[in-house]
Design a protein around this ligand. Sequence first.
Ligand code: GLP
Length: 257
Amino acid sequence: MEVIICNTEVEIGATAAAKVAKVTKAVQATGRNVVIGVATGSSPLSTYAALKQLIDLGELDLSQASAFALDEYVGLPTSHPESYREVIRRTVTQPLGLAPERVHVPDGAATDLEKAGADYDAAIKAAGGVDVQILGVGSNGHIGFNEPISSLSSRTRMVPLTEQTRRDNARFFSSIAEVPTRCLTQGLGTIMEARHCVLVATGVGKAAAVKALVEGPVQAMCPASVLQLHESATIIIDEAAAAQLELKDYYLAQSAS
Ligand code: GLP
């Protein structure tokens, strides 16, 4: 695991985008189209902004890329502005110029959620697997929507949301009552199959989750800690999110070098 501590959100976005661009160019150099794993939430927005800058400068081309979102609410109409299908369309597909037919989001409206989950895993596999997965982290340590006690080898499936997650996400809705109670999320086993993982987090509200995921034991109570078992996981955070890290000075020294 690599931990990079940045001064600003803009720097976090630029650092994460540089990682994504590096993987993308390496894949494109082999003649293959890159597959990017994309996340919703506020944390990756600076990464998407920095990717857009690289595209505008002509340094990156994602027009042939495929993308797979991590998760989707169950029980929201797909046209709802806060459905992840819509969020990904607004924040990723449109600004980065991806072809809409190559951007995939789990089908939270499916009548058979088990089948929808299995189909999603199969679609990722058929696309050749995710080359680089962008991740945020929930304040309780979830990635995607893999809530605490998710199996570390879970596949794409329905997960009931915790009250904490519903409270955290209530800011996107007019009241907590409107926040769905269930989701369809890539599993931890699915996410771990991505060739590279880049997790971004900012702010003191993420400090405990970052401490647990970087320095805590690998355990289902902190689903993001499974990334300790990934051979290419980069954690890019600000000083506030790094506040509880025991080896913060060590990471800062590495980040500066
Ligand atoms: C949601 C998403 C996660 C995201 C998390 C954190 O629960 N399912 O993928 O990482 O929110 O969101 P934010 O970056 O807004 O703090």
